[in-house]
Design a protein around this ligand. Sequence first.
Ligand SMILES: [Zn+2]
Length: 550
Amino acid sequence: MPARIPLTPLLIVFMLMLVASPGTAETRREHHERPKLVVGIMVDQMRYDFFYRFWDQYGEGGFRRLLNEGFSFANANLDYFPPYTGPGHASVYTGTVPASHGIIANNWYLRDEDRMTYVVADPEVEPVGADSDAGRMSPRWLLASTIADELILHSNQRSQAVAFSLKDRGSILAAGRLGKAFWFDSVSGRVISSSHYMDELPEWVHAFNDRDLVADLLAEPWETLLPLDEGYAASIEDRNPYEYRFSRTFPHDVPAMKAQQGRQVLQFNPAGDVFTASFARAAIEGAGLGQDEHTDLLAISFSSPDYVGHAYAPASVEVQDTYLRLDRELAAFLDYLDEEIGLDQVVIFLTADHGAAHNPRYVRDLGFPAEYYSRTRISEQLENWMEERYRANLLSSFSNNQVFLDHELMRTLQRDPAEVQADVARFMLNEVDGVVGAMTATTLENSEFTQGLRRRVQHGYHQQRSGDVTVWFRPQWLPEFMDGTGTTHASIYSYDNRVPLVFFGWDIPAGESGAPVGVADIAPTLAMIMNTPFPSNVTGRPLLDLIYGR
Ligand SMILES: [Zn+2]
């Protein structure tokens, strides 16, 4: 019989502390236990600093709850270049970088066919759910398995994996080959898929489409969640010259925008996030996710923050309001998961596919050097120089910050590709405004860069798909974009590269780490939590030691 210890107030406090921190190493679950559901939440274009820039206006149940009760990595980076939605989703769900999974951009140049391809375009598949080319999409270009694929294989198909995003690439690159991907067709206003994934939409997706939520969501103007003169001191004036001109000030007349531009306006306001969260609930109920001992995966990507960010840029009231509303949507979704499945049975992670730059004209007006570069002008500059130097135009494409050379022509002219690459790199550095870095394919194939910006270039470089010379520009130099309004993400720098990464639920303890981690670390971490195999090409490392402190 153990000696009876009197319950002193101090002891009671100590016991309460144990109860209140279910994720400490002492109470970590048995290694063979698995969560019923893993929920991946991508917030397209979310910068890490958005957690804290809008902290005071967030409610208790959304972003703040994730950070207060979950485990946050404050120094998570993509760690590759260039940063776009396709590579972002592929890297998170395959646990590796573009150098290995092959998704080097959203669109890239195909040497063999002398044309650009879209990252999920597939003329071989049929649309499902609407007679629309938006359905001719598949993961054909993906050169790795995803955690969804591995979960399905490991469970002998008893697990399910459902992915949804307004964007096809935000869903397909998570679902991989064996999950089920759904996305939004802005022409029909319906959720669709392709014959890669299914012959028919499931009944529950038909039922979701029949609700015609789009019509309801686009019937209302977009007003600020908080009074405009109170809650938005973290953002610049609503009326400013840096925003895309279709609708600059609150309230945005969404019905009029819809009349002009159709249902795609759903993407350009926070209603798109309401739609996405509604579909996530429909998926949990319709597919019965998280209902049995076979771990399911729900991968959702909120795309509206990206469209809003592109149109209005990070400093805008529109971006802030989008995040305040997403925060409320997340809070409701967390409560929903708790009621339906129980948060102690669900692992949630939240991250982003990339960040974004400030609008160059905005920071320039404040005194920070910023500029636009023109890809067309740079191509012309290169071609003129090549004509002079080689008496031939060796340029096939300048895209995604990469110079693609014409290898056939180099063979005919008996030019050594390595020499031409080195020449081109020197020319770009010396003669093209704003270029501050250039690396040749030859260098990338013969060296290994273990840190810094050069590692980012190497991680983004795929031997078969990438160009002959990769260049990068000064900070805040952006490709020409929407007449100098809005913004984009195309750089090697921290504003595009640093993203949020939080794990929450299950037995994840509250905590924070400043260790440098990459988004490719997410998939192997989840694989270890689910006890599934790593995706085929994993190069990231599992973060369980950081999360559990052992
Ligand atoms: Zn974007």
